[in-house]
Design a protein around this ligand. Structure first.
Ligand code: KG4
Ligand code: ZN
Length: 338
């Protein structure tokens, strides 16, 4: 099955083709356009997707050396995300699938992220523990198979990426803040600013990052020069990555599993990758990451998720765009959920 995947849930327009291996993938990031507003402007995001999606699909087909009529199905991100942005990808996918007479499948954006490590050579086998850390979500899940997800813990307030972005903004860094803060932290001295590791003293696998953001704001007046701000960035990054690693170790203990998969934008963070690698090595656990470009939003993961579902014999069907959509709703057959 040759599946075209489309991603338009936020500020990336992306297209990819997956047929058992990844044939092509292209992406346009709107980050520069939103930077002057300090965050994603939903209306601008939707309009930009409209202007780009056709060219990106053409480019993907060219890269793969295929014509549209050689496609067997179309997968698109149906949610969660910005509703206007989602509708662009959904409407484009619906039109193309009708014109070509091929199935259409709406994919859950977080399922895409969770399955992104399947695009790499070292494919994790089920079941595994997944840490999903993005701009909108932070959760630990037990993944037993495609469409079989149990939430082990999640954030009670800010997502990890959101905490990175808000802290970066407080430090005067440009949007998108997460990667900028990580860059600044590279020259910082570890230990000069010590921040709490939220929720690690309490049992359970939930997270909370809003207090950490407040602690950084309180410490900000002490970071008077560039070196001080780098030290503060390093202190924040260490607190987040430590907290995530401690909770991942606890999730492996509680499930008795020895496979950890990391996905979502913050999974591109180098210090998090190193910290989790140390933790996994110390316990003899296997660790799987997508390559950094497949940690952040992309269409390869959407094409893969659609391919996995259609190849398993699921009927294709369009789902309405959904701004909110709990991941565990996927555990019932899609036909019943629609
Ligand atoms: O998964 P993603 O691309 O979009 C969502 O679905 O949210 O994640 C974006 C988030 C942003 O908050 C961004 O700042 C963060 O991931 N991020 C990073 C890094 N790269 C992206 N955070 C820390 N370090 C990075 N290197
Ligand atoms: Zn995402």
């Amino acid at each position: 099955m040759r599946i075209l995947g489309l991603e338009t849930s936020c500020d990336e327009t992306a297209a990819a083709i997956y047929d058992g291996s990844l044939r092509a993938h292209v992406l346009h990031s709107q980050a520069a356009m939103h930077a002057e507003y300090g965050g994603v402007v939903p209306e601008l995001a939707a309009r930009d997707h409209v202007g780009r999606i056709q060219d990106l699909v053409d480019e993907t087909l060219n890269q793969a050396g295929l014509r549209a009529r050689e496609l067997d199905g179309i997968a698109y991100t149906a949610g969660p995300g910005l509703i206007g942005a989602l509708l662009v990808g959904g409407a484009f996918a619906a039109g193309l699938s009708r014109a070509l007479g091929i199935p259409l499948i709406g994919v859950h954006h977080l399922e895409g992220h969770l399955l992104a490590p399947m695009l790499e050579a070292d494919v994790p086998s089920f079941p595994f523990v997944a840490l999903l850390v993005s701009g909108g979500h932070t959760l630990l899940a037990l993944v037993e198979g495609v469409g079989r997800y149990a939430i082990l813990g999640e954030t009670l307030d800010d997502a990890a990426g959101e905490a990175f972005d808000k802290t970066a903004k407080a430090l005067g860094l440009p949007y998108p803040g997460g990667p900028e803060l990580a860059k600044l932290a590279e020259s910082g001295t570890p230990g000069r600013f010590k921040f709490p590791r939220p929720m690690i003293d309490r049992p359970g696998l939930d997270f909370s990052f809003s207090g950490l953001k407040t602690a950084v704001l309180t410490a900000l007046p002490k970071a008077t020069d560039a070196a001080g701000r780098a030290d503060l960035a390093r202190g924040f990054e260490d607190a987040v990555t430590d907290t995530l690693a401690i909770k991942c170790a606890r999730a492996l203990d509680e499930t008795g599993l020895s496979r950890l998969v990391v996905a979502g934008g913050v999974g591109a963070n180098r210090r998090l990758r190193a910290r989790l690698a140390d933790m996994a090595t110390a316990r003899g656990a296997a660790l799987h990451f997508p390559r950094p470009e497949f940690c952040t939003d992309n269409a390869a993961m959407i094409a893969y998720a659609g391919w996995a579902r259609l190849s398993a014999g699921e009927p294709g069907q369009a789902l309405a765009a959904r701004a909110r959509w709990p991941l565990t709703e996927l555990n019932v057959p899609l036909a019943a959920a629609a």
